[in-house]
Design a protein around this ligand. Structure first.
Ligand code: CMP
Length: 218
């Protein structure tokens, strides 16, 4: 728990106390934790695995807002601004989470005000990232967005290997396309083009980045 930025400022005793009052959840790939529109009563911190946050358009298309990994938190919006869940949370790998209910959170914020600052910082970071994604949707072409999504996944899930950086993102090509906000065909074409240039190698639910510098420039 203390590796999660949200709780990093807690001392040992407080961390233990909070841990004891939190609910542990285990999920398999494909399990849904909550749906967009559900009533929300707790936030979650990922301790292992990955969660995709997605929303569906009225004509049934799916858009992924984010892929979150260990240490990251979600589900706080319906706590701070009571209302329905703004996205559906689905596990994309074997995942473990801890849930913190509304009342517990309120007590926690009172006794540990520094946690509030951490929460605000993470909301600010998320807003900044969302704005950037919005600008990219308008100004950046699909290959550029694919390169950016891969670099972003790499910064969180990448592991250096001899040839480059192995990014085990656990996403299908369909999910990658939903994350980039483009059709599967266009995203596949961009990936194939990068692979032909020798910038990356595609693997099952993973990608090996061979030339991070070129991808960054792209
Ligand atoms: P909540 O609305 O309770 O449930 C869905 C959660 O997804 C939401 O809280 C946020 O924690 C998270 N979320 C919503 N929009 C975004 C976004 N644009 N980027 C990252 N996370 C988001």
């Amino acid at each position: 728990v203390r590796r999660a930025p949200l709780f990093a400022t807690l001392d040992e005793d407080s961390a233990r106390e909070i841990m004891a009052s939190m609910e542990a959840v285990r999920m398999e790939r494909g399990d849904v934790l909550f749906h967009e529109g559900d009533q929300g009563d707790r936030l979650y911190v990922i301790t292992e695995g990955k969660i995709k946050l997605g929303c569906t358009s009225t004509d049934g298309r799916e858009n992924l807002l984010a892929i979150l990994g260990p240490g990251e938190m979600f589900g706080e919006l319906s706590l701070f601004d009571p209302g329905p869940r703004t996205a559906t949370a689905t596990a994309v790998a074997e995942t473990q989470l801890i849930g913190l209910g509304n009342d517990q959170l309120r007590t926690l914020l009172q006794s540990h005000p520094r946690i509030a600052a951490t929460l605000l910082a993470s909301l600010a970071r998320r807003l900044r990232r969302t704005n950037e994604n919005l600008a990219d949707l308008v100004f950046t072409d699909v290959p550029g967005r694919v390169a950016k999504a891969l670099l972003d996944l790499s910064s969180r899930f990448g592991r250096p290997v001899e040839e480059g950086v192995m990014v085990a993102h656990d996403l299908t090509q369909e999910e990658l396309a939903q994350l980039v906000g483009a059709s599967r065909e266009t995203v596949n074409k961009a990936l194939a083009d990068f692979a032909t240039r020798g910038w990356l190698r595609l693997e099952a639910r993973a990608v090996l980045l061979l030339d991070v510098e070129r991808l960054r420039r792209r």
